[in-house]
Design a protein around this ligand. Structure first.
Ligand SMILES: [Zn+2]
Length: 660
């Protein structure tokens, strides 16, 4: 169960007007009616209209980093809107820019401002990478000053404006290669190295020498370009990643603990990227699971809309939902709709995905048009919201993962390509083959795990390998692909101590399966795809972001998908809570609350109904029905042979409910 059920209980419908007018003006993104709309925004009418639209949480502007005094009037307006929303029974989340400051104004208020911000190697202030927003500086995470300023804004939101939630935006380091080279960061990096390699011997083993004070943040040149790195083997760059993720974690936890000290009931959400297929740790100093003690929810604004596309790719946000669920956190994320009837099914699919994978939450139905509230009452999320509210027990049932995908932190932090891509592809196998799964971030507690999937997990510590070996010896299943466990947590080759050597399978080149102890192991040399791990053609490199991630066009089914899925079933001894047979565009999620089981069926080819879905349950079924959340219809299903049901057709979203 996620911790913040009070945000989920009424279906969680979010909308947002989180930028203040000063920001739109400074960006040049303003229209002629903006001043009037801005006045209208902070009125009872706005709150009443949002209420009619089923909105449960408004994300409001509050503090954008222009300065505490210059934003005082805007904050007072926000406080009035919060008050109006509370009168209508709505919750409000207040937006606070975590990692940006506008030097033009804040420097007037804060004499020490010049000492707060990130600087490049020449000492020039670093600026934000977003389009036409280079007037925003980035505060340095290793220097004080700005963070006290941020606490003042957070205090004003929580204590004075009585907000229900904080939303910290732009939670990250600056983006490589434009990272801070200020004296505090260089000194902090040296101290970090000295702390982790305190003896001469430890330093020499790691770096070949012990002159730690001379190891600087990475410096890139024309040939050694950060965009060209496939794997990160250089120990100084690895440690730089650790330094960046650690400093961000400390600042986030500092702010989180401060907010909770003011009001423990305030939800703290952070926008810390969430990009499936991108090494955020290297690019921006973010490894999301490291931040789990510093937030209650994550914002995701990047990943693709849900859909099954003509080129055979399947895009989704399911890995994000699953990963945050494993942390006990919520995801705030939006669904885009252009208002046309032709795209309404895709819009409903995105909402259905949020409902199925996050406790019936509708999530963000879209941003307001700057400060204008939508005048329409009957918005297309309403039928799904009504269903969610009327069926809370259904959405608080517990997921039934058949297998678990292990997200190996070190592999994902030190691999820009293979680990990212392999995790994308393995997720495709699980979704398309209807194998409901969970994600684990640690191998410490495996009592609920039957099969572990290692995909792109090349860097495993020997302790992790010990745990995996013991797990399989005791009857667990293991499916590994690629170079899983060939290297330790610092990307040092493990030779005859590698995972495959320990399993006695190091020399095999073809896919194969063995029994090991009481357990079963399936090994695949690779997840076969059209795209080579070392080719750039599938790398997405947008000019404005200068980041690398797996293109959404490469979210395809690997050629050996069926073989991998069959092997996964074999590791489970074909003993699964249900066997779900459905067309490839149908994704399923299974949950249970004891005597009742639910199978959510989502058709990602939303404009073409999916036909002929059969579900055979392990246990006998007393009764079954098909629920259609969009129409509210409930149709009895015939139980065949005591434990099977057949569903003729699924439009976008249907739920099979069975009593056992
Ligand atoms: Zn710095």
């Amino acid at each position: 169960m996620r911790k913040y059920s009070k945000f989920l209980d009424d279906g969680f419908v979010l909308t947002s007007s989180h930028e203040p007018i000063i920001f739109y003006r400074r960006c040049g993104r303003i229209n002629i009616n903006a001043a009037d709309d801005w006045e209208q925004l902070h009125t009872e009418n706005t709150a009443k209209m949002l209420k009619k639209q089923g909105v449960t949480v408004l994300r409001s502007h509050f503090h954008k980093g222009f300065g505490f005094e210059i934003e005082r009037l805007d904050r007072e307006k926000a406080a009035k809107l919060i008050d109006e929303c509370h009168k209508q029974g709505l919750k409000v989340q207040t937006y606070i820019a975590f990692q940006s400051a506008v030097s033009e104004t804040i420097s007037v208020e804060e004499p020490g401002y010049d000492d707060w911000i990130m600087r490049d190697r020449d000492g020039h202030p670093l600026t934000l990478w977003f389009n036409q927003q280079n007037f925003r500086n980035l505060p340095c995470l290793n220097r004080d000053g700005f963070w006290e300023n941020l606490k003042r804004a957070s205090h004003a939101a929580i204590v004075e404006a009585k907000t229900d939630a904080i939303g910290y935006d732009n939670v990250s380091w600056s983006v490589e290669p434009e990272v801070c080279h200020c004296d505090a960061c260089k000194k902090g990096f040296t101290e970090f190295l000295q702390e982790h390699y305190p003896t001469k011997e430890a330093a020499i083993e790691r770096f070949g020498h012990a002159q730690l004070e001379n190891i600087l943040p990475p410096v890139w040149n024309y040939y050694q370009n950060h965009l060209n790195l496939t794997e990160i083997r250089n120990p100084a760059i690895q440690e730089w990643i650790e330094f960046k993720t650690t400093t961000l974690k400390h600042r986030i936890e500092e702010m989180y603990n401060y907010c909770k000290s003011l009001n423990p009931d305030v939800l703290v959400e952070i926008n810390a990227s969430m990009q499936t297929g991108q090494n955020d740790a290297f690019h921006m100093g973010i490894y999301q699971n490291d931040l789990a003690n510093g937030c209650d929810a994550f914002w995701n604004e990047v990943d693709p809309e849900a859909g099954y596309h003509k080129d055979g790719t399947l895009t989704h946000k399911i890995r994000i939902y699953k990963s945050t669920h494993a942390m006990g956190k919520m995801v705030f994320t939006g669904h885009r709709w252009n208002g046309s009837k032709e795209t309404i099914n895709e819009y409903h699919l995105g909402i259905a995905e949020s409902m199925a994978f996050q406790n019936g939450s509708i999530n963000c139905i879209g941003m307001m048009n700057q400060f204008r509230v939508n005048e329409t009452e009957n918005l297309p999320h309403i039928p799904l919201l009504k269903f969610s509210r009327a069926n809370r027990e259904l959405y608080y049932a517990n997921p039934v993962p058949f297998v678990h995908l292990y997200e190996s932190r070190q592999s994902l932090c030190y691999s820009n390509f293979e680990s990212q891509y392999a995790n994308v592809l393995m997720t495709q196998v699980l979704l398309r083959e209807n194998l409901p799964f969970g994600i684990i971030h640690s191998l410490d507690e495996l009592s609920d795990v039957r099969t572990i999937l290692l995909s792109g997990a090349m860097c495993l510590s020997e302790k992790e390998i010990d745990r995996i070996i013991a797990f399989v010896e005791n009857g667990g299943g293991l499916v590994l692909t690629g170079e899983a466990g060939e290297y330790n947590e610092k990307y040092v080759g493990l030779a005859n101590r590698s995972l495959k050597s320990r399993l006695g399978v190091a020399r095999k080149l073809a896919p194969f399966a063995i029994s090991f102890g009481k357990g079963r192991v399936a090994v695949f040399p690779r997840l076969a795809s059209d795209h080579d791990f070392d080719s750039y053609d599938w790398v997405y490199r947008p000019m404005e972001e200068s980041q690398i991630r797996v293109k959404f066009e490469s979210w395809e089914a690997p050629h050996n998908m069926c073989q991998i899925a069959d092997s996964i079933r074999w590791t489970l001894n074909y003993d699964m809570p249900a066997v779900i047979k459905a067309p490839e565009a149908v994704v399923s999620e299974m949950t249970t609350d004891g005597n009742t089981a639910y199978v959510h069926l989502l058709n990602y080819d939303a404009n073409n109904p999916a036909r002929l879905i059969t579900i055979t349950f392990r246990d006998n079924v007393k009764g079954a029905e098909l629920i259609c959340p969009l129409s509210g219809e409930v149709v009895p299903l015939t139980v065949i042979g005591g434990n099977s049901v057949a569903v003729d057709e699924v439009g976008v979203y249907a739920i099979v409910k069975v009593c056992c």
